[in-house]
Design a protein around this ligand. Structure first.
Ligand code: ZN
Ligand code: ZN
Length: 233
């Protein structure tokens, strides 16, 4: 199906991924100008955890313990941004990764104006069982596209995830209990500065567990890059 879609992308006039309006000129992000401008950008957010707030800077929790040195959470997880994530995650519409990637690139450019980019990208892994069920890992796909644009290596293999209940079936307290034992480092990591890439950041428990594992293995800095930021319920 995806190859068929790629074929149509090449031979047919370009259409907006969200509203299907045809475009005379192909935009790099595959959205029409209206849909691209209307994406709910997460411009006013905590530097360290991406939680939307009235002013930029650190939120109360990150003033105590910063979630990450830099957290890129490009869009708020609502409206069209949520639609794109769902298309990528559940219907395997890989075209939806393109606008998400471009929104992330915009945010990355702003966030890293004063800081060096990470050495490698690490997508949040799915358990092998979930990956077989879903057919692909949406975080790995986003990391792949970001790696291409930024010319950064992407490491797909060093971390394995143990199979457990799907995140959305867990309560907030259950999610927060997710510990680093959910992941296993199966290969040594030489990088000192990495970015963990995911599609949606909610409680941050998954990423925190990964960060603990990575810092325990000698990584000095773990940044977090997510396409969207959901408000923890
Ligand atoms: Zn559109
Ligand atoms: Zn914060």
């Amino acid at each position: 199906m995806n190859w068929l879609q790629t074929f149509f992308d090449i031979v047919l006039p370009d259409t907006c991924v969200l509203c299907n309006r045809s475009q005379t000129q192909r935009s790099p992000h595959l959205l029409c100008p209206y849909c691209w401008a209307a994406l709910p950008r997460n411009v006013s957010a905590c530097t360290h955890c991406g939680i939307p707030q009235p002013t930029p800077g650190a939120c109360g929790a990150c003033l105590q313990v910063p979630f990450a040195e830099i957290c890129v959470a490009a869009l708020r997880h609502e409206g069209d941004a949520r639609t794109l994530v769902h298309q990528l995650k559940y219907t395997r519409n890989l075209r939806a990764a393109t606008p998400l990637t471009h929104a992330m690139l915009q945010a990355i450019e702003l966030k890293y104006a004063q800081s060096s980019l990470p050495e490698v990208l690490l997508p949040v892994p799915l358990s092998w069982r979930r990956q077989v069920q879903r057919g692909h890992n949406q975080a790995a796909w986003l990391a792949y596209r970001l790696g291409q644009h930024l010319q950064l290596p992407v490491l797909y293999d060093p971390i394995k995830r143990r199979h457990g209940p799907a995140q959305q079936t867990l309560s907030r307290s259950q999610r927060l209990k997710l510990s680093k034992s959910a992941f296993v480092l199966s290969a040594p990591l030489a990088a000192r500065h990495v970015a963990v890439v995911d599609d949606v950041l909610t409680t941050g428990a998954t990423v925190r567990a990964l960060s603990e594992l990575l810092t325990g293995a000698g990584v000095e800095r773990v940044d977090v890059w997510s396409a969207t930021r959901a408000m923890p319920s």
